[in-house]
Design a protein around this ligand. Structure first.
Ligand SMILES: Cc1cc2nc3c(=O)[nH]c(=O)nc-3n(C[C@H](O)[C@H](O)[C@H](O)COP(=O)(O)O)c2cc1C
Length: 193
């Protein structure tokens, strides 16, 4: 069984992202080879980055209990789905702050993306995040889902109104993530032993 965490990268009180994240979790749960869990950054009260260096250089970053809990969640994961809006043609500050707070937790694991926004569907934010994740020794995979004009595509209750081309890519994306997570799992565990 592959362990996948879905990370919701928006924390505004009036955010739309929780509807998308719930939909992604439902879709991910349809794959019987995957154990999925949603990580909502709102639940973790993550401080602005204040470590003495990159956590990649630190034996013990001295995390609070809260961050230790989050670290354990990320560590047990074999791959990630970032659910993310586009803010001013980039990804969100809360997401970058959270990503920088950890290092080994990300290492040698695949990542994919469900982005949303206006006309671009958040694709510019995803392209930027892909570059960042490479520095964390992650594997950002090709398949991803980008949902434009988000407010027209989901009902108030968070249900997808119609099976659009963009949204229907999600099954392929999840299957590809499963393949990468499986492919990397054993070599990663051997290398990091
Ligand atoms: C600060 C800010 C900047 C935004 N910039 C963009 C943008 O560059 N491109 C885009 O497609 N949508 C942009 N939007 C619209 C968001 O995609 C839309 O509001 C979406 O619901 C935000 O996700 P959230 O509700 O989960 O926070 C922006 C929204 C905010 C709040």
């Amino acid at each position: 069984m592959i362990n996948i965490k879905i990370i919701l990268g928006s924390t505004r009180d009036s955010r739309f992202g929780n509807k998308i994240a719930d939909w992604v979790l439902t879709e991910s749960d349809k794959n019987n080879n995957i154990k999925s869990e949603l990580i909502d950054l709102k639940d973790y009260d993550i401080p602005f980055f204040n470590l003495a260096s990159s956590p990649g250089y630190m034996e013990d970053p001295g995390y609070s209990d809260n961050l230790k809990k989050l670290s354990e969640k990320l560590s047990e994961s074999d791959g990630f789905i970032f659910v993310m809006p586009e803010y001013n043609h980039g990804y969100t500050g809360v997401l970058k702050n959270m990503i920088d707070t950890f290092y080994n937790e990300w290492k040698l694991k695949p990542a994919t993306f469900v982005s949303y926004g206006g006309i671009s569907g958040g694709i510019r934010a995803v392209e930027q995040l892909r570059l960042v994740l490479i520095e964390l020794q992650m594997v950002p995979i090709r398949s991803s889902v980008h949902i434009p004009f988000i407010f027209n595509q989901f009902s108030e209750e968070g249900l997808l109104k119609e099976e659009t081309k963009e949204a229907s890519n999600i099954e392929l994306m999840i299957n590809d993530l499963e393949w990468w997570a499986n492919t990397l799992k054993l070599p990663r565990e051997q290398k990091l032993k």
